[in-house]
Design a protein around this ligand. Sequence first.
Ligand code: NIG
Ligand code: FE
Length: 380
Amino acid sequence: MSTAVTNIGELVTWEEGRPLRHAAAFVVDAGRVAWVGDAARVPAADEVLDAGGAAVIPGFVDSHTHLVFAGDRATEFEARMAGRRYSAGGIRSTVAATRAAGTDALAALLASRVAELRRQGTTTLETKSGYCLDVAGEERSLRLARDVTGETTFLGAHVVPEGWDPDAYVELVTGEMLAACAPHARWIDVFCETGAFGADQARTVLAAGVAAGLLPRIHANQLGFGPGVQLACELGAAAADHCTFLSDADVAALADTGVVAGLLPGVEFSTRQPYPDARRLLEAGVRVAIATDCNPGSSFTSSMPFCIALAVRELGMTPLEALHAGTQGGAWSLRREDVGHLRVGARADFVVLDAPSHLHLSYRPGVPLVGRVLRAGRPA
Ligand code: NIG
Ligand code: FE
């Protein structure tokens, strides 16, 4: 079954040297982009999808979320807006709620969050464990996550749980917990930060994950300058996420190694921290992704359009750069060739905006501009 998508106001494909096209069309066949070109030359297809003059963009790739959790931390957010600082310790209250949740209830919460992301145009998402911090709970979280995405991340090293000696906990994470979780995960992650795990512990966790066949990514440099970004570069991680506090050496290392800097502006919005400087990264040649970090503590938004608007207003990106970071950049972060763009061969994941141009995503912040969402050519 093939579909010709026509009457497109502006088509964003991220083709080399030609990121967006006007008077263009494309054809989807068997869930993939089979042809892209001038609307006047569109080949015959089984059916036509008329975009009504609207912009068509690749589906968003949210490369960093924490969707498997119970409870919320709205009162912690309220206290922060009254002046309290964010700290890694708040994670433990979500751990208590998640441990207490029944599996069906947790699965239902996860499903409703995934639906919320999809409605806002996200067609590929990564999600993590990290809110149980015991062997059975982390394994359960990843089994549930595996049902909604192939991009699952084992984050047993989110924070040291109540009552544990840090070294003993790292031993658990890299031993029994990793053995239980690795079969359900693609990625290994660690929160390398004051109040969570130091450089040596983080290196131990990531190395153990790699030895178990997982690919490394990291939470780094969120709350202050620190060793996480350098560690990511040393280990050849796919991504270093947060990157809020970076030295010149950190920026140079990211540029040299090609490690993707994942910027999560919902965090700075929700914690009243200074925003990272995307301009500095782009000018240094660093590959940048934008993601929501959807989680109950530091960023309870599931909206890629909101994060893209923040990236433009607060991180110094142009609207086109921010859209690129939320699509192609996310695909780089997840080492995916098949998503994040609409070049020939891509999975046909796309959004028909209720707007004539991608500019409206940041020009009209907070407005629901995501019209139709298609994944592999079908309604998502
Ligand atoms: O990415 N930084 C660590 N983890 C999450 C926050 C988790 C929480 O506060 O519950 C983050 O910001
Ligand atoms: Fe996170």
